[in-house]
Design a protein around this ligand. Structure first.
Ligand SMILES: CC(C)(COP(=O)(O)OP(=O)(O)OC[C@H]1O[C@@H](n2cnc3c(N)ncnc32)[C@H](O)[C@@H]1OP(=O)(O)O)[C@@H](O)C(=O)NCCC(=O)NCCS
Length: 198
């Protein structure tokens, strides 16, 4: 297992931040490609979406290799950016993407003050299956001052669900997703959580 360190995105150089954005767009291309199939448009459209102080990045030496958004009931780790969305996704998908993004990522989470919620967990494709996501999430659970950690995962994402279960997350509920069913080929979001100490 390669030795990683975990830092917040706001401490990185511009080149390293660009790499984090690339990991984000590559890893969620399937979800984002309806906005634009062109990766360069997605990178520009999502330039200001990640809230850097809430994005934790796994570094291998000085190279970003994975990321996890850490949200609370007061602050999400992502935000819509209407101007960038309009400029890069057009007059139809720009407003549609802004509305979907606001609904999905700017709604306050119904979680307690002592709960942290992981979202947009992703590993650089070249560094997958080396235990990096497992190590990054385990490190965040060890070090961040929260008593409960939660997340949700598509019911079709077996790989991610297995990782979360191995780390100690247990299913707490399921919610049907119309957007998932129509656009993304999944039916339900599975909510999972684990206490800090198992
Ligand atoms: C899901 C995701 C974050 C996993 O990242 P990762 O760094 O590859 O995860 P890990 O390496 O910790 O674990 C993945 C698998 O590699 C295996 N693995 C870990 N270390 C390994 C090693 N040294 N050699 C071989 N396999 C290894 C794990 O056992 C696990 O196997 P499994 O799928 O059979 O359970 C990554 O696939 C990704 O970015 N996917 C796209 C975005 C996404 O779906 N995110 C989750 C949204 S909820």
């Amino acid at each position: 297992m390669p030795k990683i360190t975990v830092v917040t995105m706001d401490t990185l150089t511009d080149d390293q931040k660009d790499k984090v954005k690339e990991i984000f767009v590559d890893s969620y291309y399937k979800e984002m490609k309806a906005l634009s199939p062109k990766k360069e448009n997605l990178l520009r459209g999502f330039t200001h979406v990640l809230r850097e102080e809430a994005i934790h990045v796994a570094m291998l030496d000085d190279k970003p290799v994975a990321m996890a958004g850490c949200s609370t009931n007061k602050r999400r780790s992502m935000q819509a950016h209407k101007t960038d969305f309009l400029a890069n996704f057009g007059m139809l998908m720009g407003p549609f993407g802004t509305a979907c993004f606001k609904k999905e990522f700017e709604t306050p989470l119904q979680i307690n003050d002592d709960t942290l919620y992981f979202e947009c967990v992703a590993t650089d494709e070249a560094h997958r299956r080396k235990g990096i996501a497992t190590e990054m999430l385990s490190e965040l659970i060890r070090t961040l001052p929260y008593q409960t950690f939660s997340l949700d995962v598509y019911n079709t994402n077996d790989c991610a669900k297995r990782i979360y279960e191995r780390i100690g997350f247990k299913e707490t509920g399921r919610k049907k997703s119309l957007i998932g069913k129509i656009f993304l080929g999944y039916q339900e979001n599975i909510w999972m959580s684990r206490p800090k100490s198992l």
